[in-house]
Design a protein around this ligand. Structure first.
Ligand code: CA
Length: 219
């Protein structure tokens, strides 16, 4: 799972970056609207946290441009306190949800989880496949009820595949959703993560679909 944080206040950005990383996300940051717009057009995010008061290009304009260009990722906007007209403008520009500043980080994380699972067509907050249960609320994974420790990269690979269970996910797509923008991507490392996940969680959990990618079975 990969998230873009577009916010010009450095302290708040750092706070969000840390909380999101601790919750298992790969996080990219943008400090102005131009950069946010550029990243949201070029990269595939599972969700975006977009401050509406951004320098260079305001958040509502960024969002309108993304939606006009057919970008469908879930977007949660950050609005100023008491700014009901900002909320309306954000939602009408294509935002999926909002939080008002100052906000509680736990609430923002819960709203993001809801947006991401809805975008993937999941209603249940936990994802189950056979004996394996993935719980995004604590970024935890169990097998037959026993906790299975995973590294951050292993968790992200598994979370993306499980959230899109039943679908074939190409290596390119998986790469987009696992690494941050400035990470040195080596296509071989995905195979290493998948190999480790199979050892930890059972060989049948992640199928290789020859020439196409990977698939986690529906149930
Ligand atoms: Ca701002």
């Amino acid at each position: 799972m990969r998230v873009l944080v577009a916010e010009d206040e450095p302290r708040l950005t750092l706070q969000l970056e840390r909380a999101l990383a601790a919750a298992g996300y790969a996080v990219d940051t943008a400090y102005d609207g131009d950069r946010a717009h550029q990243l949201g057009e070029a990269e595939d995010y599972d969700a975006v946290v977009l401050d509406l008061g951004l320098p260079r290009l305001d958040g509502v304009s960024v969002l309108r441009r993304w939606r006009a260009a057919g970008r469908t990722m879930p977007v949660l906007v950050l609005t100023a306190r008491d700014g009901w007209s900002e909320k309306v403008a954000g939602l009408d520009a294509g935002a999926d949800d909002y939080v008002t500043k100052p906000f509680n980080t736990e609430e923002l994380l819960a709203r993001l989880r809801a947006l991401i699972r809805r975008a993937a067509g999941q209603a249940d907050p936990v994802v189950r496949v056979g004996a394996v249960v993935l719980d995004p609320r604590g970024a935890t994974v169990t097998r037959d009820g026993e906790a299975v420790p995973l590294t951050a990269h292993e968790y992200r690979v598994l979370a993306y595949l499980m959230l899109h269970k039943g679908k074939v996910v190409s290596r390119a797509e998986l790469t987009e959703h696992v690494y941050t923008q400035d990470f040195d991507r080596d296509s071989n490392t995905l195979e290493v993560f998948v190999g480790r996940l199979r050892r930890k969680l059972g060989a049948g959990l992640i199928e290789t679909v020859r020439g196409l990618g990977y698939r986690v079975p529906e149930a």
